[in-house]
Design a protein around this ligand. Structure first.
Ligand code: ACO
Length: 333
């Protein structure tokens, strides 16, 4: 341990939630000029979940968080911090973290939203690890939750086929002496020069929502898909290699790689470039689509609950997202 690393961080509980309603590729065929075959072949996605009209991002997060707290056996009132990673918050102010804090009655903590798009969850985990390592906090709730389907233009066949809604939550706490769980490393990056590849233009002070902006769909996600694809492979494969080299590992030392779930072809290219066999790569995209900040905690939750990921195993998380943001977390579960 380094001199500043007084304590180790343990993933103590995890949960996820997917809204009931689904939108299949066949459904999309009725909305835009596309086909089930094209979407499945180019993205690996067949269906995605869509929040009900009366559900908010904090509602989705609440269910996931409740499951994570239950698994961790941590009471909401014992939380020291809530970090809510999202690019589809309930609203800009108050933060969705504060909305969730109130829903959970987690009255003794600090809470904030984190905007790093699809890398939001790994950014949050790295921040939480710092608070635990230094001894400042003991129990932290991390959430990655999105209702991106409300920000997608259903006339744009390039983007509307990709995104789904969902939430994942993780409770991390200070590891006890007899537990060998720990976050081993985090390497996080940002490249603002590529910000134009994925944006939500009319969502802030630079271009406030107006009749004109809404008529021009400026309140919906804009994406340069082909270029983003290249950057996704470059950044996520680079993040895997960086984690492996800096920890002096071999891919054999890693039990599971969980990459951000944007597109099966991106995931396969990352695995190939980083020399990971696909048998070691967790893929949860077929029926979920891209849930942005939620993809990694949802995939982690499903893999822990279905017994794939076990205590003591070494897990590598790799993400990229709008910003661009990217990076990795390497941890012993
Ligand atoms: N159905 C049918 N045809 C389509 C569709 C569609 N839904 N979308 C595009 N096409 C067409 C295009 O118009 C184009 O036609 P043309 O050759 O006549 O011009 C053709 O298919 C090929 O288009 P490409 O853009 O080259 O298709 P590509 O194979 O790159 O797939 C895709 C597009 C799926 C968007 C891909 O580029 C991709 O996945 N990019 C990354 C997107 C992404 O991951 N975004 C989010 C990441 S960050 C985050 O998660 C927040």
């Amino acid at each position: 341990m380094t001199p500043t690393q007084l304590f180790r961080t343990r993933i103590a509980g995890i949960g996820s939630y997917l809204p009931e309603k689904t939108l299949t590729n066949k459904d999309l065929e009725k909305i835009v000029d596309t086909s089930d075959e094209w979407i499945t072949e180019r993205t690996g996605i067949r269906s995605r979940h869509v929040a009900a009209d009366d559900q908010t991002t904090s509602d989705l997060a609440y269910v996931a968080a409740t499951k994570a707290l239950e698994m961790a056996d941590v009471s909401a009132k014992d939380l020291d911090l809530i970090i809510f990673a999202t690019v589809s918050p309930d609203q800009m102010m108050p933060s969705t973290a504060c909305v969730l804090q109130e829903k959970l009655k987690a009255n003794n903590c600090m809470a904030f939203d984190l905007t790093a798009a699809c890398s939001g969850f790994i950014y949050s985990l790295a921040i939480a690890d710092q608070f635990i390592k230094t001894g400042a906090y003991k129990n932290i709730l991390l959430v990655g939750a999105e209702i991106l389907t409300r920000f997608v233009n259903y006339q744009d066949r390039q983007t509307c086929i990709l995104f789904g809604d969902g939430a994942g939550a993780v409770v991390v706490r200070r590891a006890n002496d007899n537990e060998d769980s720990m976050i081993v490393s985090h390497h996080l990056h940002a490249e603002g020069a590529y910000g134009n590849l994925l944006s939500l233009p009319s969502s802030g002070a630079a271009m406030p929502p107006s009749h004109e902006n809404i008529e021009n769909n400026k309140h919906k996600v804009e994406m340069q898909g082909r270029e983003l694809f290249k950057q996704a492979v470059r950044t996520m494969a680079g993040a895997c290699v960086e984690a492996i080299e800096s920890n002096k590992l071999h891919t054999d030392d890693i039990d599971w790689l969980i990459p951000h779930q944007a597109n099966i072809r991106i995931i396969e290219s990352v695995a190939k470039h980083a020399k990971f066999p696909m048998e070691k790569v967790i893929v949860e995209i077929e029926n979920l689509g891209n849930t942005s900040a939620a993809t990694i905690p949802i995939a982690l939750d499903r893999s822990i609950r279905n017994g794939k990921i076990k205590r003591g195993q070494n897990i590598l998380l790799a993400a990229f997202g709008g910003g661009l943001t990217s990076g990795s977390i390497y941890f012993k579960y």
